[in-house]
Ligand binder design. Sequence first.
Ligand code: GLY
Length: 357
Amino acid sequence: MKELSVVGGGVIGLSVAWRASARGRRVTVYDPDPGRGASWLAGGMLAPVTEAWPGEEDVLTLGEASLRRWPDFARDLAEEGVDPGLSPHGTLVVALDSADAGNLEMLAAYLTRLGREVGQLTGREARRAEPGLAATVRSGLLVPGDLAVDNRKLLIALKHACAVRGVEFRHETVTELEGLEGDVVLAAGAWTGRLHPALDGAVRPLKGEILRLRPRRGCLPPPKRTVRAMVEGRPIYLVPRDDGQLVLGATQYEAGFDETVTVRGVRELLEGAERVFPCLTEYELVETAAGLRAASVDTMPFIGELGEGVFAATGHHRNGLLMAPVTADAAVAWLDGRPLPDEVAAATPSRRSEERV
Ligand code: GLY
């Protein structure tokens, strides 16, 4: 049986390990604490459309290609024994002032031009959809196709599926590739740039703080679907979980490998979220945490061969959970010697050398 070493046990590494082991590979995952890291702290949005930004059409295309794979990915995982908690509810983006409302209209026009399904709502219609929204919400954009998954259930499901398929876990930090057995997939998130010269400087940490809240008795319940907004130029999202908790994210800072939760970060998130969903003030604050996204300059991941027997699966920026299925499909195609899915062509690591020419 051919060997595969996967460096990194976050959502990308575990997805690759599971899919490869299910196809008969003998897989070892190297990670001091698999199933944790940035993936454990994610909001869980599977939201290529509401993350879309003019000029980043390749990211949108890749994100949508992965979102299309999500229902099968979730079903296959559930069949291995643990349901990953894919939510069928869509996403609502809201505007709080006239500048936000103008931006939302531009986003709606851009997405409509691209043929994406979006619905424009007045403030009143948005509040009818989500009764806890602030009276100051002026308008909304409903995107039924942008979904969410419970990141922690997903990681538990992936670890379980890996165990079922015989994946071996080595609780070690890999610092060099020498000595790893068989083919190698690099999926070490923000640390991947240290592992291969072709990724040196290409992947950097992008810090994010995130909170978990829970309604107390007598409070209005959390929103049914993901609610997003820009508050004073900063993105806020509220993602409900089936167990009643609400994930509130996320800050975004260039702070190197610092994973400290700061007073400023927590304050910004709470102040912003209260303006969108005022009853949160009375919720219990259950958890504060900070993690490191694996950011890339152009916000596209690096998915493709780096050299003989070494494959990159990193740099997913704000979209690691979303892009796990398409990344795993690409890695498995590479292992099988098949062409990669067309949609990952723009994520090729070779674009770095082209940039330098
Ligand atoms: N996917 C949202 C974030 O990275 O904060």
